[in-house]
Design a binder for this molecule. Structure first.
Ligand code: FE2
Length: 382
């Protein structure tokens, strides 16, 4: 063991209590009751209600005699004012627990509602690392996508409507108290959402593995997530009702979430947050379109680690093979547009880069970057 071995460094690993498996969602009411709740705020979005996932939750809450209130005014990139009106709604109804059911947006919004209601400050004041003084009320998350991992992470990403930038709130206080991770819910995702969220999970895994804050524990989770996405993403897209493929993708998302929540991320996420904030573009799609270009840029800083990622994807361990393998997987998953084709213009690259360089995820990117470097990566992905 060498003196600078990572095994000797102090490391913290944060994870919520979670139940993984088909039917896990049905435990929500029991958990709420055990947390001592009386009045439950359900945070979700109209698509999840329409897919029929909220009604059974309400029925279960009624069985254990808990009142419920529904807040579904959540857009795909949750905005600060949505969080603030959700917190108003929570306080007005004297709620004492939150259940978030949905993708990353309802879960991040729910995290925001929780910390705003307990601290009585505007959501944007919590930007950064460990800036939340008072813990939130109990939060139970039921994720509906296999990718975002907001159900296990200490991250909440909120859109600052005025500055048109996504802020990252990184705090133990936004780790849910329980995550009920149920692969059955993901069967109602369409093919493109499955692809984008699955590529988001792969990005979490790769960025956590290459992060300069990685540790032996996060490495285990990150590499396993890479293997599972590589083996099961296309199967889940091709056969939406294949519960084995859906479960393996949900497991991939869980592994990737545990990895990135503790090792943080890198330039892909910093640049995707900038795109999402300025142009309101879908998070998973942005990551998918940037990943191979960032890996190509970063490779020389951590060749061994990127070669291990390539090996986990059954690729030759070299730069070209990994970059091409990532592009192939993305295209086979049906994500074939370029950044330009989803609305990014060359004239906005400089503004995007200036916002991306300030994102907290950039701090753990394995290669240090300049504004010019980031502009070059955006331009390559155009
Ligand atoms: Fe992500």
């Amino acid at each position: 063991m060498t003196p600078n071995s990572p095994v000797l460094e102090l490391r913290k690993f944060v994870s919520p209590e979670f139940i993984f498996g088909c039917g896990a969602r049905n435990q929500a009411a029991r958990y709420a009751k055990n947390f001592g709740a009386h009045r439950v705020l359900i945070v979700t979005d109209p698509g999840i209600i329409q897919a029929g996932w909220v009604d059974p939750l309400i029925e279960n809450l009624k069985i254990v005699a808990l009142d419920h209130f529904i807040f579904a005014n959540v857009s795909p990139n949750p905005h600060d004012e949505e969080v603030m009106s959700g917190a108003d709604f929570y306080l007005k109804n004297n709620c004492d627990l939150i259940i978030a059911i949905g993708g990353g947006s309802p879960m991040d919004c729910a995290k925001g509602i929780g910390i705003v209601s307990s601290n009585n400050h505007h959501i944007l004041t919590f930007e950064g690392v460990d800036e939340v003084p008072i813990p939130a009320p109990p939060l139970i998350c039921i994720p509906s996508t296999a990718g975002t991992s907001a159900d296990v992470s200490q991250f909440a990403i909120i859109n600052d409507s005025l500055r048109k930038v996504k802020i990252a709130i990184i705090s133990k206080t936004v780790v849910p108290d329980a995550a009920l991770i149920d692969p059955e819910i993901t069967c109602t995702m369409d093919a493109y959402l499955t692809a984008c969220t699955g590529m988001d999970a792969l990005t979490h895994a790769i960025e956590a593995y290459a992060s300069n804050a990685h540790s032996p524990i996060t490495d285990l989770h990150a590499l396993q997530a890479v293997r599972l996405v590589n083996d099961y993403l296309l199967l889940a897209i091709q056969n939406p009702d294949d519960i084995e493929a859906r479960s393996q993708m949900m497991l991939a998302s869980l592994h990737a979430g545990l990895a990135f929540s503790n090792a943080s991320l890198g330039a892909v996420h910093a640049m995707a947050h900038s795109l999402g904030g300025l142009l309101d573009l879908p998070h998973g799609e942005c990551n998918s379109l940037l990943l191979e270009y960032v890996v190509n840029f970063n490779f020389s800083a951590e060749p061994e680690r990127y070669n291990e990622i390539a090996a986990a994807m059954n690729l030759e361990p070299n730069q070209n093979s990994l970059v091409e393998g990532l592009a192939d997987l993305r295209k086979q998953a049906g994500i074939i547009k370029t950044l330009g084709q989803i609305g990014v213009q060359r004239k906005t690259i400089s503004e995007l880069a200036s916002k991306a360089i300030k994102d907290p995820c950039m701090a753990t990117n394995p290669r240090s970057v300049t504004q010019k470097d980031i502009e070059g990566i955006y331009a390559a992905a155009l």
